[in-house]
Design a protein around this ligand. Structure first.
Ligand code: GLC
Length: 716
């Protein structure tokens, strides 16, 4: 539909029909299975007539259902303006990939793009138009359960992933390519930094940190073309994001040049009242419209008050008109006026979903997400080893993690099933962990006595991480640590596999195991991926994208810390007055960028093409990486830089670039990076982003603990 036609359509709309477009209802309002929705209808100030004027619905799935609803809706809507169908496709639709924090450990943006493209293909065939993904909130606090949905603590890595997700979902021609979805960057902004790690809590971010670390990934997603942004539940500068005019109009729309649709998070406009910035829903509606929120997800402020507010205030009517035009343009960009059913197709749906090709990518993604944290000559296992499998997750199908609502656990093999598949039925002996607690019993269990290796599957259940799952204690459940202590007494090789959605405090676990594999929630093909790692079918290549602390007391802890005026490295253990703890090292248990391989890599010959650079040229940094082990492996070569002196304090180091290479045993390769002035820019005190002349330190290596061994100067 051309803009003129859109304008003509728009000019026919009544105020009630315009307000209708700004309202989003959940699937149950339109579902025949829902018994009685009188309550919800009243809560949403809904009537049957208004229901068929809303602009979008979330959570309806399945080609038959979406086609049927769209048909009914188009018939009932006076101007036949099509519905938008939205849902949370976060790390897969029916084919479930590892949770985003696991995908973040792949350091493979192309692979992430492929997973997003598959998600879009599966979901669009069911009639979905928009996914509430990618979540690009930067995170530094594993007490917050939603770290599961993020790709980690680093803005550079998160930018790569934000772009990869958006490009994978949207493709290059959203209107013509019906296998694509519109992407929604969320949660704007700063949702990953709640006070105390407690979900929905207020956020204390100074503007410099907010701009320097938290905004870049949202910006990248917007520049990649994301059609929507979702507001965050939290405050920024003590004003809830959803009613924060400066955040949404000045920063998001003007500075970051976002001109798409801004949708509230679930109920977030209504929550302006409990936040205490709105007397009632009427004032909440006004604040949100003034902030530029185009769609209200599941609260009643717009539905109850917007017609009356707009009729009484010409300025608000102008804002409403802008909002409605944003929504109509989005529908046009999706081609819905020409084809309101878009990609929905009951036949395509059957073959697009959970296909073997999709599962093959899920296996690859799961294999690349696994991080080998410890290997004291324990792994890989060989087929002849007698293995006993135990632990609460040994035969769990619960490997999909939060936000996998369309994943089918019954089609998700357990670790036990994957072991049987690999080794042959019942080759691996299974012992119920409760048996091992029966004191003397454990020494009588023959299988344990004869075993070479005890494989123990531990972790969180999927209800323990994700939304509204903040924890003050991020250790494994006590019973699981007790189990490890019991197993340690057996003098057997103990290999633990962890299923969890957040960095855990593994300080008590590490000394009790010989091998330790971080598996996250690895998705539909997770168990097979783990077995492939355990038996050396694949060589682990995952690298952490979020720090694992020694204890919850260190939080927030992240690799790109400030040096402070009294860095702990400045003195010796006897030096008291330094920035450190009495009861813990400052260093994490496992650092950003860390992960072991079955082989080893050596870095030599780091060279810089020159030691001075201007804004008109660049420096080439090259390093030789050699596989000094016995098996082929993938290494993620990481480039870190430190800006020695800035107008504001600068981190002790920052990831600037990375390259993933595969090397055969004995093979070596020269890896090159280009450093240009634009990469050295940062947020100054006045919020301008620019570089300063001066000295920079540089290092290239395997993770964020590497030394910065070289230096160069930026000269004006
Ligand atoms: C939830 C989440 C958001 C999600 C939305 C719709 O509360 O905060 O990430 O997209 O509601 O399910």
């Amino acid at each position: 539909m051309l803009t003129t036609e859109l304008r003509e359509l728009f000019n026919q709309m009544t105020i009630e029909e315009k307000v209708g477009q700004t309202i989003q209802l959940s699937a149950d309002f339109f579902s025949e299975e829902t018994e009685d929705i009188t309550g919800p209808m009243n809560e949403m100030a809904m009537t049957e007539e208004k229901k068929f004027q809303v602009g979008s619905v979330l959570g309806v799935t399945g080609a038959e259902k979406t086609i049927k609803l769209q048909k009914e809706y188009m018939e009932k809507h006076r101007l036949s303006i099509p519905l938008l169908f939205m849902a949370d496709i976060i790390h897969g639709d029916h084919t479930i990939f590892p949770i985003p924090l696991g995908l973040g450990a792949t350091w493979d943006p192309e692979l992430i793009k492929e997973t997003a493209s598959i998600s879009a293909k599966e979901a669009s065939a069911q009639g979905l138009h928009i996914t509430f993904s990618p979540m690009v909130d930067l995170v530094r606090d594993p007490r917050w359960g939603r770290v599961l949905e993020s790709t980690g603590e680093d803005k550079t890595l998160n930018k790569h992933y934000a772009r990869a997700f958006v490009e994978g979902y949207q493709g290059t021609d959203l209107k013509e390519d019906l296998t694509k979805l519109a992407a929604c960057v969320k949660h704007f902004a700063g949702y990953g930094a709640p006070r105390g790690g407690r979900d929905y809590n207020s956020v204390d971010l100074n503007e410099n940190t907010f701009r320097e670390h938290y905004l870049p990934a949202y910006q990248e997603g917007i520049e990649a073309g994301a059609k929507l942004v979702m507001t965050a539940f939290n405050t920024i500068d003590n004003i809830p994001a959803t009613g924060n005019k400066r955040l949404m109009r000045e920063i998001l729309r003007k500075e970051m040049k976002f001109n798409g649709v801004l949708i509230s998070d679930w109920g977030a406009i209504g929550e302006l009242v409990p936040h205490g910035v709105a007397q009632d829903n009427k004032q909440a509606a006004e604040l949100a419209l003034e902030a530029g929120v185009d769609i209200e997800m599941m609260s009643a402020a717009y539905s109850e008050h917007l017609v009356e507010l707009v009729k009484a205030d010409k300025n608000l009517e102008t804002l409403l008109d802008e909002t409605v035009m944003n929504i109509l343009v989005l529908k046009e960009e999706l081609g819905l006026f020409d084809n309101p059913y878009r990609g929905a197709d009951t036949e395509t749906e059957k073959t697009a979903i959970f296909s073997s090709e999709n599962k093959a990518v899920a296996l690859k993604a799961a294999e690349k997400s696994l991080v080998l944290l410890e290997n004291k000559k324990a792994l890989p296992l060989n087929q002849s080893e007698k293995v006993v499998l135990t632990g609460p997750m040994k035969d769990s199908h619960d490997l999909l993690g939060a936000w996998s609502w369309k994943g089918d656990k019954t089609k998700t093999p357990t670790l036990k099933e994957a072991m049987d598949h690999h080794l042959g039925k019942n080759t691996v002996k299974v012992i119920d962990e409760t048996e091992i607690f029966n004191g003397a019993q454990s020494f009588l269990i023959a299988e344990l006595q004869e075993a070479d290796t005890v494989l123990v599957a531990l972790g969180e259940t999927s209800e323990m991480s994700g939304e509204a799952t903040s924890r003050t204690n991020i250790q494994l459940p006590k019973i699981q640590i007790e189990l490890l202590k019991e197993l340690r007494k057996l003098n057997k090789k103990v290999v633990a596999v962890l299923f969890n959605g957040r960095p855990l405090d593994l300080s008590e676990v590490t000394p009790l195991v010989d091998g330790l594999v971080e598996a996250w929630f690895p998705g539909s093909k997770g168990a097979e991926a783990i077995v492939n790692l355990l038996y050396g079918v694949i060589n682990p290549s995952g690298r952490l994208s979020m720090t694992f602390p020694r204890s919850v007391g260190q939080i927030p802890i992240f690799y790109n810390q400030d040096n402070t005026g009294r860095p702990s490295e400045q003195g010796g253990p006897a030096d008291k007055y330094l920035s450190k703890y009495l009861d813990s090292e400052n260093t994490p248990l496992y650092p950003f960028g860390y992960g072991l391989s079955y082989t080893t890599f050596e870095y030599t010959n780091l060279r810089l093409s020159k030691t001075e650079v201007t804004s008109a040229d660049s420096i080439e940094a090259s390093v030789t990486v050699r596989n000094t082990g016995l098996s082929e492996g993938i290494e993620t070569v990481q480039l870190y830089i430190r800006d020695k002196v800035g107008e504001v304090v600068r981190p002790v180091k920052e990831l600037h670039d990375f390259k993933q290479i595969r090397l055969k045993a004995g093979e070596s390769r020269i890896v090159n990076f280009t450093i240009s002035e634009d990469q050295l820019r940062y947020t100054h005190a006045d919020h301008t982003v620019k570089s300063d002349a001066g000295e920079f330190l540089l290092g290239i290596g395997a993770d964020s603990t590497i030394e910065l061994t070289h230096s160069f100067n930026l000269i004006n």
